[in-house]
Design a protein around this ligand. Structure first.
Ligand SMILES: *[C@@H]1O[C@H](CO)[C@@H](O)[C@H](O)[C@H]1NC(C)=O
Ligand SMILES: *[C@@H]1O[C@H](CO)[C@@H](O)[C@H](O)[C@H]1NC(C)=O
Ligand SMILES: *[C@@H]1O[C@H](CO)[C@@H](O)[C@H](O)[C@H]1NC(C)=O
Ligand SMILES: *[C@@H]1O[C@H](CO)[C@@H](O)[C@H](O)[C@H]1NC(C)=O
Ligand SMILES: *[C@@H]1O[C@H](CO)[C@@H](O)[C@H](O)[C@H]1NC(C)=O
Length: 779
């Protein structure tokens, strides 16, 4: 493997991020130009213009000439033009100019460039790790997935990774129009039959944060963060035998679709990811010919039409591209989801059946058990006991010392001791660094109520064990009540067959969908805790600047990791069923998802240790083998999604933002948003008690045996009677569509949502839709 010359230098990523970030928000000069995305009505171009770019420029130019301080020329102002999933430009404008432009004929929508975050737990709140995909091995190799190309919008790619070895792959499909952009640290030959495209998008970033410092950052597709390499390898990495992180999780690492191709679109830089760059990447990726887009990032968004990623994803969907996005890591707070548009597949995170057990043996003879990925020379002796210290109290109010924040630990107090640190406010691995710097010999990291029993293992710099909230209470009680508390730490390596699993991760963002209660989100969950995949050799596994270790694989956690699992499985479905639409693929994934763990009990929620609900897991956990043969699918055409938007109280202009190709207009085919032919049913009884009967309509398409007969089973509800008409669906040919109605009649209004399911069965297939019933109460 080629060694990259700069690999030894540690760059101060975290600090730089903060500096750049702070700069943006401190600039408050008058007449500041910011980047705006200007969406134009493609069809409204006056005949006097010969091409759209001229027309777009003239619009921006017009504002410029009217502006009092024309301090820039037009070329400098327009930083992108968009042609494929979005029509218009990104340009630098003052707020006043943007407002004036918004009123111009032909301008559909203007929104400010916004910053998005990667959905990995490596962000300041989390810092994690995961397992491999052994359960998918048997079938993934047999599939003809060689013609599918997955675009990964992320931090770039580390081309030397063995996960991108293209040995034995067929030539790049002829429909591919992408490019391999070169730059520092990235040559033409870094692309191959696995990495078929690599591009960079930074104009929006530079417009907001200034020129990229090319000494510090590769202005090329090369990944110096690790995140993009990890997600791309999870989607479609070639099998690598003997992959591991410091001996942990050893085995064969492989992507979900090992035969699929990867196109890396680098949109995230040290200072963040900007929507103008993301939009340009989606626009280009669709033109390049990707089949699937994997987008593990999100921003705070309050509407469909103002979310440029939602608008871009709509355009991609219209062109037949499946878009999968991370749900966000803001759980377990309710309504904490990102990327909730119905045409996007929104992926939450769950655990796998592998963990990395470790335990602390206490002076009182008891054990507290947890997980760890520690591997190093300074192992503690299992036969010796070390003094144990906790700098918090037994009340729930944390202080900076109990959190082991930078500069809070007195070496006189912690030297030679094992220190108990509460999770929160600083990266988990960093807490270990703080303890180590103050002379501590070990750390026990305790979850608080926010994380409950979810155990995310980390690649600590000193012997350290992460324990759940319950074990944490036990441990703190021992320390706070014993005069001479002591402990030692021991590490047990990798353990498989963990029960129960999967469990919904505490950090996984939760429903309900704050934009539209009638569309259940997230759509499903997939592995996102402790995931092993390829890594950038420029960054330590802990991502700490002080960490000198370099590894070829790393273990990470986040919905950033679960999203590429679904993108990869979608690529497999597309390979097997090239004619399937994005909606059909999503339907297959959702209706075959399972809602029971490996102990045959309902899926649980790591934060509460209670059964999880569709607000946590959507339709359930992804079930790749069943998804290949779902029996029936719920089709949704682009116009149906548009009709859904017609129910969302958007203005004509806002709606036009979603009707860029076809001259779409509302025909009001949907009586309510819940009538969209979604594979999940979410029903809302408004506070008006007069409405006691609600009916939803669904149509299923037979993709199973031509002649098949399905009957329906609906779970019982306390609050409603449910009637399905008809109760039997008899298909006589493939692709035949049959409709049914589900009528819900209130029995007694409930104060909390009720959850259940509707299943069509033919003896071979189970086509399951989750049902959520909400009764709104007057405030
Ligand atoms: C790619 O894989 C092949 C077959 O396993 C191996 O012979 C070759 O050395 C690998 N190439 C690289 C660059 O690792
Ligand atoms: C503590 O855990 C270790 C490893 O699982 C086990 O060998 C030992 O017996 C346990 N001790 C107690 C007191 O449970
Ligand atoms: C905290 O510890 C003190 C002394 O051990 C005890 O009296 C008190 O009840 C504890 N408080 C809580 C909330 O556990
Ligand atoms: C779009 O369709 C509407 C109604 O069908 C029609 O009035 C309008 O002229 C069309 N616009 C374009 C640009 O085709
Ligand atoms: C379903 O409801 C629609 C009207 O809401 C009706 O036209 C249709 O006949 C119903 N279908 C069935 C199978 O009951």
């Amino acid at each position: 493997m080629a060694k990259f010359p700069m690999a030894k230098k540690g760059y101060p990523f975290i600090l730089t991020t903060c500096l750049l970030f702070c700069m943006v928000f401190s600039s408050n000069a008058q007449n500041v130009k910011k980047t705006y995305l200007i969406q134009m009505d493609h069809s409204a171009m006056p005949k006097t213009f010969s091409n759209h770019l001229d027309w777009y420029s003239s619009k921006v130019n017009l504002e410029l000439s009217k502006s009092l301080q024309p301090d820039m020329n037009n070329e400098e102002r327009i930083i992108y033009t968009y042609h494929n999933v979005f029509h218009g430009v990104a340009a630098k404008l003052s707020k006043e100019e943007a407002e004036k432009l918004e009123a111009e004929e032909g301008v559909v929508n203007i929104f400010p460039d916004t910053k998005y975050q990667l959905h990995t737990t490596r962000s300041p709140t989390f810092l994690g790790l995961e397992p491999e995909h052994s359960s998918y091995n048997i079938w993934s190799e047999k599939l003809a997935d060689y013609d599918v190309i997955v675009g990964v919008l992320d931090t770039g790619i580390w081309p030397e990774s063995e996960s991108f070895n293209d040995t034995g792959m067929r030539p790049v499909p002829s429909h591919w129009k992408g490019a391999c952009e070169i730059g520092r640290g990235f040559r033409k030959d870094h692309c191959n039959k696995k990495i078929v495209g690599a591009r960079v998008f930074y104009h929006g970033y530079e417009a907001s944060l200034g020129k990229i410092n090319e000494q510090k950052e590769y202005k090329s597709p090369r990944d110096q963060d690790g995140h993009g390499t990890h997600t791309a390898a999870t989607v479609a990495g070639s099998p690598v035998h003997g992959a591991n992180l410091l001996g942990y999780a050893s085995g064969t690492a492989r992507g979900m679709a090992p035969g699929a191709r990867i196109a890396a679109y680098k949109v995230c830089w040290i200072g963040g990811c900007f929507s103008s760059d993301i939009l340009s990447a989606v626009d280009q990726a669709v033109a390049d010919g990707v089949n699937v887009l994997s987008i593990s990032l999100g921003g705070g968004i309050a509407s469909y039409y103002r979310d440029s990623l939602a608008v871009a994803a709509f355009g991609a969907m219209e062109k037949g591209v499946f878009v999968s996005c991370s749900a966000g890591n803001s759980g377990p707070d309710p309504a904490s989801l990102a990327n909730v548009s119905p045409w996007i597949t929104t992926v939450g995170a769950s655990t796998m059946d592998r963990d990395f057990p470790a335990y602390a043996k206490l002076g009182n003879g008891k054990n507290v058990t947890g997980v760890s990925l520690y591997k190093g020379k300074s192992m503690l002796s299992i036969s010796k006991q070390y003094p144990l210290v906790y700098l918090g109290s037994n009340s729930s109010s944390n202080d900076a010392r109990s959190l082991c924040l930078e500069g809070t630990l007195d070496p006189q107090v912690v030297s030679g001791k094992i220190v108990i640190c509460d999770r929160g406010l600083s990266p988990r691995v960093q807490k270990g660094h703080v303890v180590k710097s103050a002379g501590g010999v070990g750390m026990i990291l305790t979850n608080t109520a926010v994380n409950g029993e979810e155990l995310v293992a980390d690649c600590h710099l000193l012997p350290a064990v992460t324990i759940g909230e319950k074990e944490g209470k036990k441990l703190k009680n021992y320390v706070l009540t014993s005069k001479k508390a002591t402990a030692t730490l021991a590490f047990l390596g990798t353990r498989l067959g963990i029960r129960p699993s999967p469990v919904v991760a505490a950090f996984s963002s939760r429903g309900p969908n704050f934009l539209t209660l009638e569309i259940l989100k997230p759509d499903l969950v997939a592995p996102g805790v402790n995931i092993l995949a390829a890594w950038s050799e420029l960054v330590a596994p802990s991502a700490l600047v002080t960490d000198q270790r370099r590894v070829r694989f790393n273990i990470l956690s986040g919905t950033s990791m679960s999203c590429p699992h679904v993108s990869g499985i979608a690529a497999l479905l597309k390979a097997r069923h090239p004619e399937w639409t994005p909606a059909a693929i999503k339907s297959a994934l959702m209706t075959t998802a399972y809602v029971h763990d490996n102990t045959k009990n309902p899926l649980r929620d790591a934060s509460s240790d209670e059964p999880s609900s569709p607000y946590d897991h959507g339709a359930g956990h992804i079930n790749p083998v069943s998804a290949l043969d779902p029996g029936l699918v719920y089709e949704i055409e682009p116009q149906d999604y548009f009709e859904f938007l017609c129910t969302q109280h958007l203005t004509q202009n806002q709606l036009r933002g979603f009707a860029q190709y076809s001259n779409r207009s509302c025909t009001h085919t949907l009586a309510s948003p819940g009538d969209l032919n979604y594979p999940a049913i979410s029903l809302v009884f408004q506070e008006k008690t007069s409405i006691s009967v609600l009916t939803v309509h669904r149509t299923v398409t037979n993709v199973g045996p031509p002649i098949s007969k399905y009957h329906v089973i609906v779970s019982p509800f306390k609050g409603v009677f449910v009637k399905v008409e008809p109760e039997i669906l008899s298909f006589t040919r493939e692709h035949k569509k049959l409709s049914y109605n589900v009528t819900f009649t209130t029995k007694s209004r409930q104060t909390t949502p009720e959850f259940g399911s509707l299943v069509w069965k033919d003896g071979l297939h189970r086509v399951r839709s989750p049902i959520v019933i909400t009764w709104l109460s007057p405030i």
